[in-house]
Write a protein that binds this ligand. Structure first.
Ligand SMILES: CC(=O)SCCNC(=O)CCNC(=O)[C@H](O)C(C)(C)COP(=O)(O)OP(=O)(O)OC[C@H]1O[C@@H](n2cnc3c(N)ncnc32)[C@H](O)[C@@H]1OP(=O)(O)O
Ligand SMILES: CC(C)C(=O)C(=O)O
Length: 559
């Protein structure tokens, strides 16, 4: 690689620039150019059916300016424009826009395609940068201005022939950002002079970063300089059209709005020439996440991505800003822990404030189920979240640690992500599966009246089955668990100390099962045991028996 082949992009000397102090206060006027700039960049341009589907999405999302094609360039584009007009497809608050080069025969054909349209924006362009002037057009600056003036005149004259349509004119000095800003202003002023706009009948001057060559701050300087010096600013809608060659098309458009642009052109998901156009979804979501109404409907992100994929045959990257499949998903343990804690504290009437989730995924139709996904990088928080959100099982902290170790071991051994079903099954296998040995058959508990004698103990009598023989074990203690541990000690000689004990209900009704979770110390060894029972007083006793069986099995295996 030889970096000396390239040169630095010139900056603008603008010590009094204002735009860094500005903030975006409202959504710009959007113009969706998917059906033109997006379309012209596709390996296979859209057919009529695909254009119709994408059009409907753009209309449903609420775009008011939609560039629908380059009708003088291709028959499918021409036919699509005719379909929109003849089939009365254009809602009364939507204006279609079409692009044409500044060449007479193309402008004439453009107007032909628009016959009968209620309103339309005719968008004419010619390129203005030094490389285009010198190498493509072989013209000096005046030659370029002459093309622009001739095009502007032709556009205005053709419009006069069709007074039944409400026309709006748009001019783009293509390659604006690579053009000397003073010259770009001169060209645009020449066009404005032809069109003579008024505040009530403004024209659109669209300033493209046809190829993104500089950092977004340079583009913002160009836009601010343009807005300061262009003639009749009050009669002009300043629009920007950025491309993503350096990956900053959205940033450039945002800074341009801070610098005075009123309107932004772009495409859904950023499809467009080379690295694409400015992504309307990203910029609109950026505004939304700052508490600004984006003035387009993004609630059905799935429909947006599916439709764009269907029409462009370009898949959405899983990490595409705001709408990619994985952008609200945390695999890593500390992120999951933080998300779970924040979601549990997030109140509906408070500002959204959840670590690692810049917006509420539900706003764009995403569910929380996909927010936390578990693999070997995950920790207890994520595992606990999934078990709780999908199965209603709320584990205590110590039990979360136990389960997450089992899940992590499973993931490492299988080198795979686990879903909610897998986690539930790991939980059942590791902690609830019965171990052969003693079984609890029946329980009789006598609670003593402590008001007369504080030292009086409760009594428990249980029938247990062991080696096919029923035996009654009995013990005294403070409450059924303590009494039961004494019964076990008396019968089998094991000392059981309950280190942690938690119980949750599985379900919401009175017949719901209880899940008892215990960490026991049996003769100095840690044993985790769980059991369920419809009777909540039996569940912990069954858990103790299960712990005892596990303890015995472990020691048999070790022997
Ligand atoms: C940055 C952008 O995205 S701009 C939009 C680009 N989109 C497209 O080009 C898609 C559709 N375009 C096409 O199908 C074709 O280019 C057409 C039908 C419009 C024109 O086709 P053609 O006339 O056969 O060829 P082509 O586009 O190569 O024309 C180049 C000629 O037009 C001139 N020209 C190019 N752009 C413009 C313009 N905006 N205004 C005036 N003249 C122009 C060139 O200087 C060149 O002139 P020359 O023949 O004297 O050398
Ligand atoms: C015609 C203009 C707006 C264009 O598409 C570009 O410069 O990228």
């Amino acid at each position: 690689m030889n970096h000396q082949k390239y040169r630095r992009f010139p900056t603008i000397n603008r010590p009094h620039r204002q735009w860094p102090n500005n903030q975006i206060e409202k959504a710009p006027l959007w113009c969706a150019v998917d059906l033109r700039d997006g379309n012209q960049a596709l390996m296979e341009p859209m057919n009529l059916g695909q254009k119709q589907i994408l059009w409907q999405l753009l209309v449903d999302m609420g775009f008011k300016h939609i560039e629908v094609g380059f009708p003088s360039a291709s028959q499918p584009d021409y036919d699509f424009v005719r379909w929109l007009i003849e089939e009365n497809q254009i809602p009364s608050d939507v204006t279609i826009q079409v692009l044409t080069q500044a060449r007479d025969h193309l402008i004439e054909r453009t107007y032909e395609s628009l016959k009968g349209a209620p309103r339309a924006i005719v968008h004419v362009y010619n390129s203005t940068s030094p490389v285009q002037r010198e190498k493509v057009f072989n013209l000096d600056k005046q030659g370029i201005i002459d093309i622009a003036i001739a095009g502007a005149k032709k556009v205005a004259n053709e419009a006069l022939k069709h007074p039944e349509t409400d026309w709006q004119f748009q001019y783009s000095p293509e390659s604006f950002s690579s053009t000397e800003v003073e010259f770009a202003i001169n060209v645009c002023n020449a066009v404005i002079n032809v069109w003579q706009p008024t505040p009530n009948k403004p024209v659109i001057i669209n300033l493209p970063a046809t190829v993104e060559c500089a950092t977004p701050n340079v583009f913002a300087d160009q836009i601010e300089t343009f807005c300061e010096h262009v003639n009749q600013r009050e009669s002009i809608i300043v629009s920007v059209h950025t491309h993503n060659d350096r990956g900053c098309a959205v940033a450039a458009a945002e800074l341009a709005v801070m610098a005075g642009a009123d309107r932004v052109e772009g495409t859904l998901m950023g499809n467009g020439e080379r690295t694409g156009n400015m992504d309307l979804v990203t910029m609109a979501m950026n505004l939304y996440s700052q508490g600004i109404d984006p003035e387009v409907d993004l609630t059905d992100a799935h429909r947006i991505t599916q439709t764009v994929e269907q029409c462009t045959a370009i898949p959405t990257h899983a990490r595409h800003p705001w709408v990619g499949d994985l952008v609200y998903t945390a695999f890593s343990g500390s992120h999951q822990d933080a998300i779970r804690k924040c979601l549990n504290q997030q109140a509906d009437d408070e500002y959204w404030d959840v670590a690692y989730l810049p917006i509420d995924p539900k706003d764009i139709g995403r569910d929380y189920q996909s927010v936390i996904r578990v693999n070997s990088q995950s920790g207890k928080g994520g595992v606990a979240y999934i078990l709780e959100s999908q199965y209603g099982i709320r584990l205590p902290r110590w039990m979360q640690i136990e389960l997450s170790q089992a899940v992590q071991k499973h993931c490492e051994e299988n080198n795979k992500e686990v879903n909610g079903e897998n986690i539930h099954s790991i939980f059942n296998q590791h902690f609830l599966a019965e171990t052969a040995g003693v079984q609890l058959r029946s329980v009789k508990f006598e609670h003593s009246d402590h008001s007369n004698n504080a030292n009086q103990q409760d009594a428990i009598y249980c029938t247990v089955k062991h080696d096919n023989i029923d035996t009654i074990i009995q013990g005294l203690g403070n409450g059924s668990i303590d009494a039961f541990c004494h019964a076990v000690k008396t019968e089998w000689g094991h000392t059981i100390d309950v280190q942690y004990y938690d119980m949750v209900t599985l379900g919401e009704h009175s017949d719901a099962s209880a899940l008892a979770m215990m960490q026991l110390n049996i003769d100095g060894q840690k044993v985790v045991a769980c059991a369920t029972d419809t009777d909540s007083s039996h569940a912990p006793l069954k858990a103790i028996i299960q712990g005892l069986n596990r303890f015995n099995l472990r020691n048999q295996q070790a022997a």
